[in-house]
Design a protein around this ligand. Structure first.
Ligand code: HEM
Length: 395
């Protein structure tokens, strides 16, 4: 087929229609031009499972803006460049090993009881109300409270920390008009966290104090790297989990046979949450930059070009998943790419899984007559994250 003709027929990316439902666009791209050069946004778009899976672990595709920003005289660039998410080896290896020491599976498993207690507290706040906004009442506060407690942030300041971290996420996800705000917010975060670090030494009972301990135990990390990665945990620790819970519950409500099955068999919760993440994931794509000329799917990628690895499209690829557009809570195997792959595999995957499983399990157990409250749903309009602004339900 003549590709230019096919390309002309491709629906556009990142329009209001796309944000409502990106999957038909992904499907058209995957079919007609799986390694697509998007003229308008000047970037490559990968939509096939095999290409995205390979790109996620390719050393030729890098996440950071390079070593130059390390010494920049600008708090925002300095902090971002010190985050493991935007680093490559050897720096990434150093940062990640510190975080691994604090973020152990045992510590996350130990959080389950606390997560359940927070969920119960949030349901108590809902009380006897029948009309609930699942996002505002449960999916949003839960991960924010959890990650704030893990980072030893005082509860009264949670709103403030959350607002500052939202500014930094928005900027790092591409909202360049947010630069000035993000810079002010990063400065505020640094000064509050810095003040906290002193108090935490010698009390290794939260993730944050474990990070501080690991840093003082001669891990060759400077204080700025410690603080930058604490901010990263705060940034990554909530929005994605909020969206996972919201998107997952909506998927169940729109697939009543699967909802009924899960209500009858709560023991399927683990595979059900994996399927919800595959079917309509919170992280839709990851942007990287080619560090050298390389070939993907027969196309030449020049050095320095931006490549979007579209995880949301890979997770619906029929070459990998039978009937990919069907929600099947018993799907097995289910090797979705929602948490990435390789050295950057999501550090918080176990925590995000625990929070989603407990929140959705509690919702179904407490609200057997759960129904969608409105068909008019509003989605966020950013390419990287997919999530609902609110999800009205009747309980
Ligand atoms: C369902 C919710 C979540 C999803 C879908 C998700 C997804 C991802 C993905 C796709 C990556 C890999 C990015 C890449 O390849 O560059 C990643 C990395 C990361 N995530 Fe998550 N995440 C979630 C929740 C969390 C939570 C709760 C935390 C922390 C408490 C967290 C912390 C991190 C960190 C620190 C990294 C960087 C790892 C590295 O660069 O080595 N994430 N996440």
């Amino acid at each position: 087929m003549d590709l230019t003709v096919a390309e002309r027929r491709l629906p556009p990316l990142f329009t209001p229609d796309f944000y409502r439902n990106p999957y038909p666009v992904y499907s058209a791209l995957r079919r007609h031009d799986p390694v697509h050069w998007d003229e308008e946004h000047e970037l490559w778009v990968l939509t096939r499972y095999t290409d995205v899976a390979a790109a996620l672990v390719s050393p030729g595709l890098v996440r950071g803006a390079g070593e130059l920003t390390m010494e920049a005289d600008d708090p925002l660039r300095r902090v971002l460049s010190r985050m493991m998410l935007f680093s490559e080896p050897p720096r990434h290896t150093r940062l990640r090993s510190l975080a691994n020491r604090a973020f152990t599976p045992r510590r996350v498993e130990g959080m389950r009881v606390r997560i359940q207690a927070i969920v119960d507290e949030l349901f108590e706040r809902i009380g006897g109300r029948r009309d609930v906004d699942l996002v505002a009442d449960l999916a949003y506060p839960l991960p924010v409270i959890v990650i704030s407690e893990m980072l030893s942030l005082p509860r009264v300041d949670i709103g403030l920390f959350k607002r500052w971290s939202d500014d930094v996420i928005a900027y790092s996800a591409g909202a360049i008009d947010m630069e000035e705000r993000a810079r002010t917010s990063v400065t505020a975060l640094l000064s509050h966290l810095n003040e906290m670090v002193g108090r935490l030494r010698g009390h290794p009972d939260t993730i944050m104090s474990a990070l501080v301990e690991a840093q003082s135990a001669g891990s060759q990390l400077d204080e700025e790297e410690l603080l930058a990665n604490a901010i990263l945990l705060l940034m990554n620790g909530h929005e994605t989990t909020t969206d996972t819970i919201g998107n997952g519950v909506l998927a169940l409500l729109q697939n009543p046979d699967q909802l009924k099955k899960l209500q009858a068999h709560p023991e399927l919760m683990m595979s059900a949450t994996e399927e919800m993440m595959r079917y309509d994931g919170a992280v839709q794509l990851r942007g990287v930059r080619s560090a050298q000329e390389l070939k993907i799917g027969g196309k030449e990628i020049a050095s320095g070009q931006t490549v979007y690895m579209v995880i949301g499209a890979a997770n619906r690829d029929a070459e990998q998943f039978a009937e990919p557009d069907r929600l099947d809570i018993e799907r097995s195997p289910n090797r979705h790419l929602e948490f990435g792959q390789g050295i950057h595999f999501c550090l918080g995957a176990a925590l995000a899984r625990a929070e989603s499983q407990i929140a959705i399990h509690s919702l179904l157990a407490r609200c057997p007559g759960l129904e969608l409250g409105s068909d008019r749903l509003e989605w966020k309009s950013v390419p990287v994250f997919r999530g609902l602004k609110s999800l009205p339900i009747h309980v």
